[in-house]
Design a protein around this ligand. Structure first.
Ligand SMILES: Cc1ncc(COP(=O)(O)O)c(C=O)c1O
Length: 429
């Protein structure tokens, strides 16, 4: 067991970089890590339904017992070993504060970047660590050379911060935003690709594509959309906030031009960690938000100019990757899909219950949206919390009405059964 974990760490030089990281805490977590390692050879589809396996995984998460948490989309908590390792980083950096910042932080950051680039599937020369998806993608939206009359395509299911930043560019620079709607239950990938294609004009320069739509849980065929967009010379900004660590993919397979994620969602890093990727040949055409005279225009590090940062959070990215590796993304993906399928199957024929998420495996993951005909979204969320102690989030906008339900790896079938009973009672009231 120790060998496979150590080889993962050695691969990224992490053992020398952070001697107080997860590896140093191993003895405390030996039983769990040994168990996970002993299960490595089993098929993913068996593991996805093995409650004993997931009960073991759940031991690494310290969650509140005050309520059943089915809202793990905003911030998916870091596993306890990752948080403990972060505390070690805080103590070590704090012992030699300026010395660390002047002499060691850059080497450490490079090693973390290398591990993250490898995990996400891009070159380290094409990515930087930032604070979150909003910072990553708004940097691109604000930094692109767009002229008055240039057009951008986006949908009414995209994330509000990106829509607001495109809106600001429209007000400030007179670009034109074309906002399309996407079907909640598409017949096939082509229907989605067509929706974007029909909005393209001779003025279109860029489109925003959300990989895994946060309010519905729908997974879009990003690679096909990129191929279509590129055939018109249109660039693609991909919002993968919920995709990295939840879906099994590599950035290079998507072939998008710009991409961002939040590592505090499904990678399980502590709050305030994100990643920006820009395709090598596109770097020189994006202005950083904060001016930089250190690096050339085509050097991705021009986006790292942020002043003094909480580096201890960044050090914990390695710990999060290591912990995640002990399970593996294919297993996470399969489990989260199974959980979504488990509860939606049980309520889908209940009168008054409306599922706003596609059924097909390849078109969804762990997140799903459900409405109840006689309740407004916030009434449904409030009743679930007040009467049944189940926390979800209301989604009430022009694109759809319902609550978003997001289980996590630590969520038990017993908790989902309670949610199913609650939903059926509320729908029949
Ligand atoms: C699709 C999508 N994009 C972007 C974001 C923004 O993430 P952050 O707040 O970490 O920047 C979110 C947050 O939930 C999201 O769901």
């Amino acid at each position: 067991m120790e060998n496979s974990r150590r080889s993962f760490l050695h691969q990224f030089g992490a053992l020398s970089a952070s001697p107080f990281a997860l590896s140093a805490l191993a003895s405390e977590w030996n039983n769990l890590l040994a168990y996970l390692d002993s299960q490595r050879q089993r098929p993913t589809k068996d593991i996805a339904r093995d409650e004993v396996y997931w009960q073991e995984v759940a031991k690494a998460y310290r969650v509140s017992t005050d309520f059943i948490n089915l809202e793990n989309g905003y911030y998916s908590l870091a596993a306890w070993p990752v948080l403990k390792a972060q505390w070690q980083h805080i103590k070590e950096v704090n012992k030699k504060p300026s010395y660390y910042m002047r002499n060691q932080q850059w080497d450490d950051r490079h090693r973390i970047k290398q591990a993250l680039a490898d995990f996400a599937g891009c070159s380290v020369d094409e990515m930087v660590i930032c604070r979150n998806t909003t910072e990553a993608l708004d940097t691109v939206i604000l930094g692109l050379n767009l002229e008055p009359g240039d057009e951008a395509i986006m949908t009414n299911q995209d994330y509000g911060s990106m829509l607001a930043t495109f809106n600001q560019r429209a007000r400030r620079d007179n670009i034109v935003n074309r906002i399309i709607s996407l079907p909640l239950h598409p017949k096939n990938d082509q229907e989605i690709v067509d929706a974007y294609e029909q909005a393209i004009t001779s003025q279109t320069k860029v489109m925003l594509v959300t990989h895994l739509i946060n309010i519905t849980g729908q997974v879009l065929p990003v690679q096909k959309i990129c191929a279509m967009a590129h055939s018109y010379g249109v660039e693609v900004i991909c919002d993968s906030a919920h995709a990295l660590g939840q879906l099994d993919f590599k950035i290079q397979d998507l072939d998008c031009d710009y991409w961002g994620t939040s590592l505090h969602k499904w990678v399980g890093a502590p709050l305030g960690n994100g990643m920006l990727y820009i395709k090598k040949e596109k770097i020189s055409q994006v202005w950083p938000l904060l001016g930089d005279d250190t690096y050339s225009d085509d050097d991705i590090r021009k986006f790292e100019h942020h002043g003094t940062l909480p580096v201890t959070g960044q050090l914990s990215i390695l710990d999060a990757l290591e912990f995640q590796e002990s399970i593996g993304v294919p297993r996470k993906q399969a489990r989260l899909r199974y959980l979504k399928q488990y509860w939606t199957e049980k309520v889908k024929d209940t009168p008054g219950v409306i599922i706003n998420t596609p059924w097909e495996e390849e078109r969804s993951s762990g997140i799903a949206n459900v409405g109840v005909a006689n309740l407004k979204p916030h009434e449904l969320a409030d009743r679930l919390m007040n009467k049944y102690n189940i926390f979800t989030v209301a989604i009430d906008n022009e694109a759809l009405k319902g609550i978003r339900v997001t289980p996590h790896l630590y969520t038990s079938l017993n908790e989902l059964d309670k949610f199913v009973i609650a939903l059926k009672e509320l729908a029949s009231a």
